[in-house]
Write a protein that binds this ligand. Structure first.
Ligand SMILES: NC(=O)c1ccc[n+]([C@@H]2O[C@H](COP(=O)([O-])OP(=O)(O)OC[C@H]3O[C@@H](n4cnc5c(N)ncnc54)[C@H](O)[C@@H]3O)[C@@H](O)[C@H]2O)c1
Length: 377
């Protein structure tokens, strides 16, 4: 099958997640990177294009120049889908222009800076009938998809408690390090990151994982956030109480200052009959707990899994797959949607998940500002 022609905004030399997107798009084998604006600095962008073997005439100075040139090309040459992998503040303006000009999108989270921007993108996706994948990467793991299927089957009974946690430690060393710490890290600067650092960067992944695996909506939140030191403007740590309804409660704990923690995103869903626990640092193990039986461990590439988990591995059992393959699974679903093939809604988070994420981030920030009160999501 012909590869989809992909563009990329951001992700140049030294960038973090753009490289993972390129590897994932290659693993699923449905995309070919043919152009983009890889860096705010054009010279660096050209250097990247050369290194990557991308034609210099498709390495553009700006997104406007990209759109101008690509939309003038014949339909069988033009870039079809664009990955936006820039810092947060640039997602919305670039996504808006690209959608209005007919490009499908793969966009990084948090999707926008405000809820209104998110709602506008949702309308544009519907109006132009385009595919929009939001890369909540953890939803691409086979055992997360298995968790979603088990919960949907009702095997847990009534869900009684939901806990998710995302602990990292890397900002700890930065805030206690050099004087340039705030200008050096865009995640700590509201102009680039938005209303939140910790909840916007990682708390939102935990929130998405809860709604993705359970199919439930968080209705209200009460948060207690901390910037940890006086001169940081955004939250670096926080706890969020969740209400799903009258009886079902939960909690999200997220932190960027838990020294020694790496990418510790975990989720536990406790039901009246059984419970499920998963953690991304050992992503190929999903545990089912009950009061009456020994703990069961689900692993990828076994016939006992549902079709969505089974479609998510490329190697036979016992060959560990990880973050690149998880992201590749999201790219795979995105390709099916762009080509008009059948796909399962679990195959990629959409612009609607982006809207939910922005509502969560702002409700959490507002709750904290209002003196830790309940806010609707
Ligand atoms: N899904 C995930 O698990 C995950 C993980 C990490 C980061 N992210 C998200 O990915 C995004 C990027 O994060 P990162 O850590 O890769 O950042 P980064 O700073 O490493 O890379 C950002 C890239 O954007 C480029 N850029 C900046 N302004 C630009 C412009 N005007 N035009 C073109 N390119 C421009 C930079 O030059 C750089 O190449 C963020 O929104 C972040 O939240 C998601």
């Amino acid at each position: 099958m012909k590869k989809l022609r992909m563009g990329m905004i951001g992700g140049g030399i030294g960038a973090f997640i753009g490289d993972a997107h390129r590897r994932a798009s290659r693993i699923c084998n449905d995309f070919e990177l043919v152009g983009g604006v890889f860096d705010a600095d054009y010279e660096k962008s050209k250097e990247f294009a050369k290194k990557e073997g991308i034609s210099p005439d498709r390495c553009y100075k700006t997104v406007d120049e990209f759109i101008n040139a690509e939309t003038k090309m014949a339909a069988d040459k033009r870039i079809e889908v664009v990955a936006i992998v820039t810092p947060n503040a640039l997602h919305y303006p670039f996504a808006k222009s690209l959608l209005m000009n007919g490009f499908h999108l793969v966009c990084e989270k948090p999707m926008t800076m405000t809820v209104d921007e998110a709602l506008e993108l949702e309308k544009l996706v519907a109006k132009h009938k385009l595919t929009f994948a939001l890369t909540h990467t953890y939803t691409g793991y086979p055992m997360v998809r298995q968790m979603r299927d088990i919960i949907a089957s009702g095997a847990l009974g009534t869900i009684q408690r939901i806990d998710a946690q995302y602990y990292q430690g890397w900002i700890n060393s930065i805030i206690h390090g050099t004087d340039s710490r705030i200008t050096g890290v865009w995640r700590l600067d509201p102009k680039h990151a938005g209303a939140s650092s910790c909840m916007g960067d990682i708390g939102v992944h935990a929130f998405n994982l809860i709604e993705y695996t359970t199919g439930l909506e968080v209705k209200e939140v009460l948060s207690d956030l901390s910037s940890v030191t006086e001169d940081i403007k955004l939250d670096l740590d926080g706890t969020v109480l969740l209400r799903f309804g009258k009886l079902l409660k939960g909690v999200i704990r997220a932190s960027q200052v838990c020294g020694g923690e790496e990418n510790g995103i975990t989720i536990a869903v406790y039901g009246s009959k059984a419970s499920l626990k998963w953690g991304q640092e050992n992503p190929n193990y999903l545990y089912m707990l009950s009061d009456t039986e020994p703990t069961k461990t689900f692993k990828p590439a076994h016939g006992y899994n549902g079709k969505n988990a089974e479609a998510g591995h490329t190697m036979p059992a016992g060959h560990p797959e990880g973050i690149y393959e998880a992201l590749a699974n999201i790219y795979k679903g995105t390709a099916k949607s762009i080509r008009g093939e059948e796909f399962d809604p679990c195959e990629f988070p959409t612009v609607h998940d982006g809207v939910r994420g922005m509502k969560f981030i702002h409700a959490v920030v507002d709750s904290n500002k209002a003196g830790n009160t309940w806010m609707k999501v």
